[in-house]
Write a protein that binds this ligand. Structure first.
Ligand code: NAD
Ligand code: IPM
Ligand code: MN
Length: 340
């Protein structure tokens, strides 16, 4: 397995080290190449993602990323110039974000019931495309736009992916989340696409919710969800809510997937660089380890993925909530469980 590793900023390198520990236990053939990209490189050289590096990344089977973002770098430079550039250049049109409440995990809800959902977030369109601008900056008449781009091609491929995911799951339920009552142009495209693709999947029950109502139901009744399909920005927001109700951002894994298989897919925790706790060795590496599980599944290694996921499930069921968490200790435990 040729794996490109981008530890990135803040807690990124801390959690990636543990992810690699666990990966090494189940996949002895990993050849990892580390790429020094992120805040430090930008501050030193002004480089974010040189073309030569992007070309090299294309030659790998998959990418493992920690996180990007640094308080010393203006907001958006690393996020757009590095992370989103990777997602866009490598055509990661599916941003896969499972959220499952594991046994032994206490979330904020008193009686959540069973929660096991997967958010299929569109990854290369919506308001993330950078189609915007500013006029009369720094005047009282400043005008700023961020146009949301939605193409029939882009919506169809992610909707189809979501239906295929739903077919493979026991509940066979799909919820479209959007804001069709206000964003009528894009909303209509999303609704019509779901309706059309649904005719090919008669076994799937389909629901629709506006994103505001969905945000409420994520908190009051998360058990109703199975697969969710939504646009890039709504998916960013609701996947953090889903993470919160299933034990927190330290457990939330993701895959940025080019479902065509042309480019390497990239796996990363949903969380960011967490500057408030970076360098202290207290970040939870579980989200990264679960992202390694998604990576193994994606590369057609279900048995290795199962070992990683089972290690996490066992560890979560036996964690002592009163005990302060140490990043390396969690990684050691998960590696031992996954390898043994
Ligand atoms: P964040 O996810 O970094 O942190 C939010 C809160 O969650 C913080 O209190 C943090 O300490 C906590 N947290 C995050 N991960 C944790 C973990 N593994 N274990 C324990 N606690 C954890 O989000 P933010 O503060 O909004 O953003 C910080 C920086 O990260 C910004 O520069 C932002 O742009 C960037 N960011 C990057 C990514 C990414 O690389 N995919 C994702 C989100 C945010
Ligand atoms: C995430 C992050 C990114 C996003 C940012 C850092 C560009 O919040 O991975 O969820 O908005 O997709
Ligand atoms: Mn986010």
């Amino acid at each position: 397995m040729r794996l490109a590793v981008i530890p990135g900023d803040g807690i990124g390198p801390e959690v990636v080290a543990e992810g690699l520990k666990v990966l090494g236990e189940v996949a002895p053939d990993v050849e990892a190449t580390h790429y020094d990209l992120g805040a430090a490189r930008w501050q030193r050289t002004g480089e974010l993602l040189p073309d030569s590096v992007l070309d090299e990344l294309r030659g790998h089977d998959a990418i493992l990323l920690g996180a990007v973002g640094d308080p010393g770098v203006p907001s958006g430079i690393l996020e757009r110039g590095l992370l989103l550039k990777l997602r866009f250049e490598l055509d990661h049109h599916v941003n896969l974000r499972p959220a499952k409440l594991y046994d032994g995990v206490t979330g904020p809800l008193a009686a959540p019931g069973e929660v096991d959902m997967v958010c299929v977030r569109e990854g290369t369109e919506g308001p993330y495309v950078g189609n915007g601008g500013v006029l009369r900056r720094d005047t009282p008449h400043e005008l700023a736009t961020e146009v949301s781009l939605n193409t029939a091609f882009g919506v169809e491929r992610v909707v189809r992916y979501a239906f295929e995911k739903a077919v493979a799951r026991p509940r066979k339920h799909l919820t479209l989340v959007h804001k069709t009552n206000v964003l009528t142009h894009a909303g209509s495209l999303w609704s019509r696409t779901v309706e059309e693709v649904s005719t090919e999947f008669p076994e799937i029950t389909v629901a629709y919710q506006h994103v505001d109502a969905a945000s409420m139901f994520f908190v009051t009744d998360p058990g109703r969800y199975d697969v969710i399909v939504t646009d890039n920005l709504f998916g960013d927001i609701i996947s953090d809510i889903a993470a919160a109700v299933t034990g927190g951002i330290g457990l939330a894994a993701s895959g940025n997937i080019d479902a065509s298989g042309t480019n390497p897919s990239m796996f990363e925790p949903v969380h960011g660089s967490a500057p408030d706790i970076a360098g202290q060795g207290i970040a939870d590496p579980t989200a990264t380890v679960l992202s390694v599980g998604l990576l193994l599944d994606h590369l057609g290694r279900p048995e290795q993925a199962r070992k990683v996921n089972a290690a996490v499930a066992f560890d979560l069921s036996t964690r002592d909530a009163g005990q302060p968490l140490r990043t390396a200790e969690v990684g050691d435990r998960l590696a031992a469980l996954a390898g043994g």
